[in-house]
Write a protein of this length. Structure first.
Length: 425
């Protein structure tokens, strides 16, 4: 009953209208604060782009300095003469040292320079100091102090470049027995002089090539009224490195080479002519020819030199005329011509990678009138037989051992033993 009464009380009567819902009283409108708008932005000025700056040129590359190459060689050799009690009487025996120092400079592909000094029996010497100005393979100018192109052996005269301790007799420079009596060889090597040389090489193909050289140098020297060259004057700084007679010596060389794989053949001829006395009245002429065969590392070398020299057989104003062994000619004068020639044949055979056998036959001869104070005759000769070995140590150092037998026409025969060591650096 209670529930019904409650429901009836809550249900409106049919005739009664429901009371409208009570609406909430709206709050007074809130006026929003005025919005302050920023003034319109002024348009930015249109900037005209500046023209690009010109690119700076690249810095030049650092120039490469000229190339330098330093090299040298040393040979220590002991020469014994078992057939003599005192070998010094007939030769420069005992221990000798040959040292060379060289610097090569390439200023460019066309210009280079070489300077070389050496110290040996004769003391300190400038072996080369020259410029090479290369125009082409066929044209090169060499100016300064150098060894002129003559013969084959001077190209390899350095002790590190040949397998024996001494030089062939035609090129001997004082190490041979009886060197004073024969006045050394035909043309001692290296022959160093001041002057100019023009040389070049032409390659016909990969196998055939020719080389040439022409030169003008100061030439051999001698004192007044000479009978032969004075090699001391030619290399002595005390006598100045200048021409003694204001007349250059002219010469040249021509070589033809054929190279085919492991085999090569080269042959050449050389010549030199001029005067050697201070008054330029005594001429001389040197001629030479050489031939070289190579098969792998086996070499056979043949070379011959001859020199015709005019002697001063007349008396000077304050000196007596030299007295010669040969009788004067029908007109009462002596024959002034002297001829000195020589040659060698050398075989170089490698036995293995470190051992090389060397066999050499060489000779020297002097023909012509001779002063009475000389031990030689008007026709004197010398033949030398050599057998030697070169033993390689490391890559380039070699021990040189050799035995030499001298056969003289005017003196007792002699035996010589060489023991040395040589190498480049």
């Amino acid at each position: 009953v209670f529930l019904l009464t409650t429901v009836a009380a809550q249900t409106p009567a049919p005739d009664e209208q429901p009371a409208p819902p009570t609406e909430p009283i709206p709050e007074p409108p809130t006026t929003p604060p005025p919005v302050v708008e920023p003034p319109p932005a002024e348009p930015l000025p249109v900037l005209t782009p500046e023209p690009p700056l010109p690119e700076e040129p690249p810095l030049p590359k650092k120039q490469t300095s000229f190339r330098r190459n330093f090299a040298g060689s040393i040979q220590l050799d002991y020469m014994a003469i078992p057939t003599e009690k005192i070998g010094r009487r007939i030769a420069f025996d005992g221990a000798t040292a040959e040292v060379s120092l060289k610097i090569a400079m390439d200023f460019s592909s066309k210009i280079s320079s070489n300077v070389k000094v050496c110290i040996a029996c004769h003391g300190f010497e400038v072996g080369m100091a020259f410029f090479d100005l290369r125009v082409a393979d066929e044209l090169n100018f060499r100016v300064g102090r150098f060894t002129p192109s003559f013969g084959e052996f001077p190209v390899r005269h350095d002790p590190a470049n040949h397998r024996t301790s001494d030089k062939p007799l035609p090129y001997d420079m004082g190490r041979m027995v009886r060197a004073t009596d024969f006045n050394q060889g035909v043309l001692p090597a290296p022959w160093v002089d001041n002057g100019i040389e023009i040389n070049g090489t032409h390659y016909f193909n990969e196998k055939l090539q020719t080389s040439y050289a022409v030169f003008a140098v100061g030439g051999p020297r001698a004192a007044p009224n000479p009978l032969d060259f004075d090699f001391t004057l030619s290399r002595s700084g005390e006598s100045y490195y200048i021409d003694n007679n204001s007349r250059p010596v002219l010469g040249g060389q021509a070589v033809v080479s054929v190279v085919s794989g492991k085999t090569s053949v080269a042959g050449g001829v050389s010549a030199m002519h001029g005067s050697y006395d201070p008054d330029a009245k005594l001429p001389f002429t040197i001629l030479g020819a050489h031939l070289t065969f190579r098969f792998k590392d086996l070499f056979l070398r043949l070379e011959y030199l001859t020199r015709k020299t005019k002697m001063d057989v007349l008396a000077s104003e304050d000196e007596e005329a030299p007295v010669f062994k040969n009788a004067p000619r029908a007109d009462g004068t002596y024959d002034p011509i002297m001829v000195k020639d020589g040659g060698y044949a050398e075989l170089e055979v490698p036995l293995n990678q470190r051992l090389t056998l060397v066999l050499r036959e060489d000779g020297l001869r002097r023909r012509g009138n001779i002063v009475t104070t000389s031990a030689l005759r008007s026709d004197s000769a010398l033949i030398r037989h050599t057998v030697g070995v070169a033993i390689g140590l490391g890559q380039s150092v070699r021990v040189k051992l050799s035995y030499e037998r001298y056969d003289f026409s005017d003196f007792d025969d002699e035996s010589v033993i060489h023991a040395g060591i040589a190498g480049p650096f």
